[in-house]
Design a protein around this ligand. Structure first.
Ligand code: PEP
Length: 257
């Protein structure tokens, strides 16, 4: 069995200006330090809004915090006439390790297709940033097709846009579980994550599938994280609301204790 370092990723969404971001990152880093968090054993990353990234980068590098950070989206384009877009090379300059692509809120609010999500992930890979590719079914999809069918197809379509190699992370986020307080069960998450790993195996090979981290996201809290992390195909969590509270997010990151 591959040795996959768990990743706990906090998606702040449209919350916190750069001053609030500094306060939260500082408190999170200190809380993790107090708890003697082993960053080599469990990676912890935050995903602030674009306008906070420079401040977060400066703080993390000045204080030598072991936290990782990334952006919530990226342009599929490199540069040019694309008003309002942020390129992967700009994020790479800010030392972003990761970028979230295809979050269901972007798919809904900005009509992002799997092809667009795939091209965004490809742009990230070209600049050495690991894309966190989000997939997940709506409540309607779940009722009509079961849990796996839609996320599996989404992942296939995204992977079709990517080169055969280059690290990616997959996040299974059932849309009905996001922000609803109604998380999937650990067993449901395991079944879909296993199906997603199978897709990675078919497209990129068994070795890549064994090395690829697959996260669960959707109403994760300190009270339910341990159950997800016990599942063999769940390698971490993408956390929304609960990542805005440093104490709670640090507790989620300490899921083993
Ligand atoms: C998310 O936005 O990716 C998410 C999982 O949100 P929440 O944890 O609030 O459900």
């Amino acid at each position: 069995m591959a040795n996959r370092t768990p990743l706990i990723a906090g998606n702040w969404k449209l919350n916190l200006d750069h001053l609030q971001a500094i306060a939260l990152v500082q408190k999170l880093a200190w809380t993790l330090q107090d708890g003697k968090h082993d960053h080599a054993a469990v990676e912890v990353a935050v995903f602030p809004p674009f306008t906070d990234l420079r401040s977060v980068q400066t703080l993390i590098s000045a204080e030598r915090f072991e936290l990782r950070f990334g952006a919530q989206d990226v342009s599929e384009h490199e540069s040019g006439a694309h008003t309002g877009e942020i390129s992967a090379s700009m994020l790479a300059k800010l030392e972003c390790s990761y970028v979230i692509v295809g979050h269901s809120e972007r798919r809904q609010d900005h009509a992002e297709s799997d092809a667009i999500v795939g091209r965004k992930a490809a742009a990230a890979l070209r600049h050495g940033i690991v894309p966190i590719v989000c997939v997940g079914e709506t409540a309607d999809d779940l009722e009509q097709h079961g849990a796996s069918a839609v996320p599996v197809q989404q992942l296939r379509d995204v992977l079709a846009e990517l080169p055969a190699t280059g690290e990616i992370v997959v996040a299974y986020e059932p849309v009905w579980a996001i922000g609803s307080g109604k998380a999937a069960t650990a067993d449901q998450a395991q079944q879909v994550c296993q199906a997603l790993r199978q897709v990675v195996a078919e497209v990129r090979g068994d070795e890549a599938a064994a090395a690829t981290r697959i996260l669960y996201g959707g109403s994760v809290k300190s009270g339910n994280i341990a159950g997800f992390m016990r599942e063999p195909d769940v390698d971490g969590a993408l956390v929304g609301g609960a990542s805005l509270d440093a104490t709670e997010f640090a507790a989620i990151s300490r899921f083993q204790q």
